[in-house]
Design a protein around this ligand. Structure first.
Ligand SMILES: Cc1ncc(COP(=O)(O)O)c(C=O)c1O
Length: 379
């Protein structure tokens, strides 16, 4: 199959990730920190190693501030439920994935918080001036994506960070589409909370993700339980990462994630992004030549990650996706991409669009096979 759905989860993974998973599962898969035996210590070391790699990649304050989660959604929920208190005001945007929109909307409906949802411009960028203007005396949090999973536009996160710091607010960044392809420095960008999956561009397995908790953010524990360390304490130990990491972690997945982080670090994030963006540029040019397709997002490739969404005048997105899968063995993602607000703004609600997201291992030939298939389908 030609897999062009890397914005959902990356496939394939590097060989080094498969090797790390296999080796860890066969030799070290004990419960980390729960016992003093050699295997438990090896498992604990795997977690430490991954935290150190993530800390270097994102220039965190210290490795213990990276809390392992199941995915990006889990990290975002941990942040919202641990940070927001009754009466808080939150600023977000219409670019957001449901993993931001739904928990915030539910809190708004429960009268727990108030919410301002800013609209991105036609290219898919949230204007920092709009963020500044939306701040009220009650604002505690600015929660925005680093890059849209529909139009791929990379947001001016450092400017949002500056605004957050000037007004003594917290900035939460959803790096689901950028972690592993766009360099992020949480300290210079003033990011207080960084949520990211391990299974997309960091090239780890599913079931991995993390929340970075900066020193200005107070996050209450939303999952309490065993930590393997101080079992005598009646409540969750205050020490990071244990405070937010109750229960047996996905140490196997994290061992794979560490290998993924090593791979992207060695390849270079910019090189991977350039490769992916070049492939989407190739697709965009070809769609223009074919005619009958409307492509969404910013035309300037320096403002994007390698994700391209479009619609066809000839066929609804779901139908195109079905034919590509069944007749051509090509995997893309049709629909609303868990981001209904931006599809409303694009005029593609409720049918959605076709999203093509090449990955680190996709090739120009994959794109050519896709465009050939599209031309046959619409003809
Ligand atoms: C922008 C964005 N945020 C959050 C998520 C949720 O990520 P996960 O599936 O790891 O929970 C996604 C997934 O596609 C995404 O694209």
């Amino acid at each position: 199959m030609i897999y062009l759905d890397n914005a959902a989860t990356s496939f394939p993974k590097p060989e080094s990730v498969y090797r790390a998973l296999d080796h860890f599962a066969r030799h070290d898969l004990a419960n980390p920190g729960r016992a003093g035996h050699k295997m438990a210590l090896a498992a604990e070391r795997a977690l430490d190693d991954a935290r150190h790699r993530l800390n270097q990649l994102f220039h965190g304050k210290e490795p213990q501030r990276f809390i392992f989660t199941l995915n990006c959604t889990d990290a975002l929920n941990m942040a919202f439920k641990g940070v927001l208190i009754e009466g808080d005001h939150v600023i977000t945007s219409n670019l957001e994935h449901n993993s931001i929109s739904r928990p915030l909307r539910q809190m708004e409906l429960d009268n727990h918080i108030t919410l301002t949802r800013l609209s991105a411009d036609g290219g898919g960028t949230v204007n920092p001036d709009d963020v500044r203007k939306a701040i009220t005396a009650k604002t505690r949090l600015i929660a925005l994506t680093h890059a849209s999973n529909v139009v791929g536009t990379v947001q001016p996160i450092a400017e949002f960070g500056r605004i957050a710091r000037e007004h003594d607010l917290l900035l939460l960044v959803d790096a689901a589409q950028t972690a592993g392809v766009v360099p992020i420095d949480v300290q210079t960008m003033n990011i207080d909370l960084l949520a990211f999956p391990g299974h997309k561009s960091l090239l780890g397995p599913t079931g991995t993700g993390a929340l970075y908790v900066g020193p200005r953010a107070r996050v209450g524990a939303w999952r309490e339980g065993g930590t393997g360390g101080d079992s005598s304490s009646e409540t969750q130990p205050k020490e990071f990462p244990y405070f937010l990491e109750g229960g047996t972690p996905n140490v196997l997945g994290v061992a794979g994630l560490a290998a993924g982080v090593q791979y992207v670090t060695e390849k270079g994030l910019n090189a991977i992004r350039e490769h992916e963006v070049e492939l989407t540029e190739r697709l965009w040019r070809r769609l223009d030549e074919l005619g009958g397709f409307e492509v969404f997002g910013h035309r300037d490739p320096t403002k994007r990650v390698g994700t391209l969404s479009f619609r066809s005048e000839a066929l609804p997105a779901a139908e195109l996706g079905g034919i590509l899968d069944q007749a051509f063995d090509i995997a893309i993602r049709p629909g609303l991409h868990c981001a209904p607000y931006i599809h409303r703004a694009l005029g593609t609600f409720p049918d959605g669009a076709v999203r093509v997201s090449p990955g680190a291992f996709s090739t120009a030939e994959d794109i050519d096979r896709l465009t050939q298939a599209l031309s046959e389908i619409v003809a």
